[in-house]
Write a protein that binds this ligand. Structure first.
Ligand SMILES: CC(C)(COP(=O)(O)OP(=O)(O)OC[C@H]1O[C@@H](n2cnc3c(N)ncnc32)[C@H](O)[C@@H]1OP(=O)(O)O)[C@@H](O)C(=O)NCCC(=O)NCCS
Length: 153
C-alpha cells in the first residue's frame, strides 16, 4: 500500500495519541509529541492514505548519531509495508545528514518489531536491563550502520 509521508502537525495529535494508546502499554503523552515537534533535532512523521493516518514515526539526529524513538502502525494496516516506507524515508534523511548509524530500542517480547528491524539491516548491539516500564522489561538495542565514505559521493 503506497502511503504519503509528511511531518506530523498539531492537528494530527488526537489521532496519533489514540493510536499510541491502542498500540503501546506505556504510551507517550501528548506533551512528548508536542515537545518533539518543536525541537529541530527531532523528526515526527505520519503516513497517510486518503487522509487517514496509517502509521507514524519519530526520530532525532544529533551529529553522526540518529535514533529511531517511535514507530507504529495500527493492527488493521500491518504487513502492507507502511512501516517500511516510513523507515525508508528516515534512512533518506539519515543518509542526507551523513549519520554513521541509526539506533533504536525494542522489547525482546516484541518479536514482530524485532523481525521487521532485522529485515531492514539492524543488528543486535547490546541489552539494556529494565529499560522499559509498564511492564518492566529489558531493551534490545539495535543498530544499522550507514556508509558515510565521502569518496562514494
Ligand atoms: C513493527 C511494526 C511497526 C511493523 O509495521 P508494518 O507496517 O506491519 O511493517 P511492514 O509491512 O513494513 O513490514 C512487515 C515485515 O516486518 C516483519 N514482520 C512484521 N510483523 C511480523 C510478524 N508478526 N511476524 C514476523 N515478521 C513480521 C516481516 O519481515 C514483514 O514482512 P512480510 O510482511 O513480507 O513478511 C508494526 O508491527 C507495529 O506497529 N507494531 C506495534 C508497535 C511497535 O512494536 N513499534 C516498534 C516499537 S520498537
Amino acid at each position: 500500500m503506497k502511503v504519503d509521508i509528511r511531518t506530523m502537525t498539531e492537528n494530527d495529535l488526537d489521532v496519533v495519541l489514540r493510536l499510541e494508546r491502542e498500540i503501546f502499554s506505556d504510551p507517550w503523552p501528548r506533551s512528548t509529541f508536542v515537545e518533539h515537534a518543536a525541537d529541530e533535532i527531532w523528526g515526527t512523521l505520519v503516513a497517510e492514505v486518503d487522509g487517514e493516518i496509517v502509521g507514524y514515526a519519530c526520530y532525532y539526529i544529533r551529529g553522526e548519531e540518529s535514533h529511531l524513538t517511535n514507530m507504529a502502525v495500527p493492527t488493521r494496516h500491518r504487513r502492507k509495508s507502511v512501516a517500511k516506507q516510513l523507515l525508508e524515508y528516515i534512512f533518506g534523511v539519515v543518509t542526507e545528514h551523513r549519520c554513521e548509524y541509526l539506533i533504536l530500542e525494542v522489547r525482546p517480547s516484541n518479536t514482530e518489531a524485532g523481525a521487521f528491524y532485522e529485515k531492514h539491516g539492524f543488528g543486535f548491539l547490546h541489552r539494556q536491563p529494565n529499560y522499559y516500564r509498564r511492564p518492566v522489561e529489558d531493551a534490545l538495542v539495535m543498530v544499522r550502520y550507514f556508509d558515510t565514505d565521502e569518496d562514494d559521493a
